[in-house]
Design a protein around this ligand. Structure first.
Ligand SMILES: *Cc1c(COP(=O)(O)O)cnc(C)c1O
Length: 385
C-alpha cells in the first residue's frame, strides 16, 4: 500500500463495527470479563480504559503506518508525548543534548523537571553538528531534535546526528510536528522515537489536544511501559477526531504547502520584510538539507518585519480579517503572531533586530490572504513605520 491508501484504509475494520466506516467512540473505564479465567488473563486490549480502547488502537495503527513505527503511544497533548518520552528514556545521572531552536516547553521539561531528578541538559546550535559532537559526554543518553525548529525554522542534518549518536549508543528523538509525519520520516533515517503534537496537523481543525509517540523496536517497550506508569492518556472523543483528521492529513498538507509557498514568495518581495524563514525557499540557509531529507513543507514559517514599534505592529495586526492571533497551528485556518525567538535560547540568543513573526498559512484562497496582509502592510506604512 502507498501512503495515501494506508491513511484511508489502516486502523479500521467496518465488519467489526456493524459495517460502520469509522471505528466508533468507545467510552470506557471498566472493561468487563465474564469468566475468572478471562479476567485473570487480560492483555492491554481489554485491560482498562486508560490503557486503550478500540478507538485508541485505530489511531495507534495509523500512526505506526504513517511514521513506519513498531509501536505508537497516544498521549493527552504534544507536551505529554514529549515528557513521557523523556521520562521513559532518561534516568538520574544522564545527560541530554537538545537543539536550541526547539519548542520552548520542551526546555521546561528538561530545565525545570528532569533537572530535579539528576538529569542535565545542554542546548546546541541545530545547524552545527560538529560542535554538537564535541558536547557529547560519556553520560549523554539522548539527543533531542526538532527539525525544522518551529520558530526560526533552521533544518538539522538528522542523518549526521544519527550516525554520531548510533556510533556511541546514544538514543535520538525527533519532534516531527512540522512535517505532519508526511514530509519527514525520522524513523526511516535511524531516529529512535518520533513524536508529534497531533494537536496540530493530525487534528487539523484547532479543536483537540493530543500527542503521538512513534517508537522503533528498541524503544517501544520502555515507552509503552512508562506511558502506563504515568497515565497521560487522551480522551475518546479527541482520539476519534485525531483519527478522522488522519484520513485527510496528506491532502490538507499538500494545500498548506502550496499556499505557504505562495505567501512566502510574496512576503519576500515586500519592502517591510527583511527576511523570510521558510526551509523550501532556495536561499534559506539550511535549504539544501530540507531538500535532501523532506518531501514537502507545511504551512508554518516565519519572517522578520522591519519594525519593532508595538503600536505600529498593532495597527497592522488588529485589522487583519483572516489571520487569527493565537498559539498552536496546523488547523485549516491562518494565524499570525509576533514572537521573540532569542529570549529562550542558550546559544542562538542574538536579537535578530526586526520583529520576528510566525505565520501559519491555512486552506483559504491565497489571493485573499495576500490582500489581507497587503492591507496590513499599508496600515503599518501609513503609521509611519
Ligand atoms: C504545539 C507543539 C508541541 C506541543 O503540543 P501540545 O499539544 O500543544 O502540547 C510540541 N512540539 C511542537 C513543535 C509544537 O508546535
Amino acid at each position: 500500500m502507498k501512503e495515501e491508501t494506508k491513511l484511508v484504509h489502516a486502523g479500521r475494520d467496518p465488519s467489526a463495527h456493524h459495517g460502520n466506516v469509522n471505528v466508533p467512540v468507545h467510552r470506557a473505564s471498566t472493561i468487563i470479563e465474564t469468566t475468572l479465567d478471562s479476567h485473570l488473563s487480560r492483555s492491554r486490549e481489554n485491560m482498562y480504559g486508560r490503557e486503550g480502547t478500540p478507538t485508541v488502537f485505530a489511531l495507534e495503527e495509523l500512526v505506526c503506518e504513517l511514521e513506519g513505527a513498531t509501536e505508537a503511544v497516544i498521549c493527552g497533548s504534544g507536551l505529554g508525548a514529549i515528557s513521557t518520552t523523556i521520562l521513559a528514556l532518561c534516568q538520574a545521572g544522564d545527560h541530554v543534548l537538545a537543539t536550541d531552536n526547539a519548542y520552548q516547553p520542551l526546555k521546561n521539561v528538561l530545565d525545570n523537571v528532569l533537572s530535579r531528578f539528576g538529569v542535565t541538559v545542554d542546548y546546541f546550535d541545530p545547524t552545527d553538528v560538529t560542535t554538537m559532537e564535541t558536547m557529547i559526554r560519556p553520560e549523554t543518553r539522548l539527543i533531542w531534535l526538532e527539525s525544522p525548529g518551529t520558530h526560526t525554522f533552521e533544518v538539522t542534518d538528522i542523518p549526521a546526528v544519527v550516525s554520531i549518536a548510533r556510533e556511541r549508543g546514544i538514543l535520538t528523538a525527533a519532534d516531527n510536528t512540522w512535517s505532519g509525519g508526511v514530509y519527514l520520516k525520522p524513523l526511516s533515517m535511524g531516529v529512535d522515537v518520533s513524536i508529534q503534537a497531533a494537536t496540530k496537523y493530525i487534528g487539523g481543525h484547532s479543536d483537540i489536544m493530543m500527542g503521538t509517540i512513534a517508537c522503533n523496536e528498541e524503544t517501544a517497550n520502555q515507552i509503552r511501559r512508562t506511558f502506563n506508569y504515568l497515565g497521560n492518556s487522551a480522551g475518546p472523543d479527541d482520539v476519534y477526531l485525531a483519527t478522522r483528521g488522519m484520513r485527510t492529513l496528506s491532502i490538507r498538507l499538500e494545500r498548506h504547502y502550496k499556499n505557504g509557498m505562495v505567501l512566502a514568495n510574496w512576503l519576500k518581495e515586500q519592502e517591510l520584510v527583511l527576511e523570510v524563514r521558510h526551509p523550501a525557499l532556495p536561499d534559506f540557509p539550511t535549504h539544501d538539507i530540507w531538500k535532501r531529507d523532506f518531501t514537502g513543507a507545511s504551512g508554518l514559517f516565519g519572517f522578520l518585519l522591519d519594525c519593532t514599534d508595538r503600536d505600529v505592529i498593532a495597527a497592522m495586526m488588529d485589522g487583519l480579517k483572516y489571520f487569527g492571533m493565537g498559539y498552536s497551528w496546523g488547523g485549516y485556518e491562518s494565524l499570525l503572531i509576533p514572537y521573540q525567538p532569542h529570549r529562550n535560547r542558550t546559544v542562538m540568543n542574538t536579537d535578530p533586530g526586526g520583529q520576528s513573526m510566525r505565520i501559519h498559512v491555512g486552506l483559504e484562497d491565497p489571493e485573499d490572504l495576500i490582500a489581507d496582509l497587503a492591507a496590513g502592510f499599508e496600515r503599518l506604512a501609513a503609521f509611519g513605520k
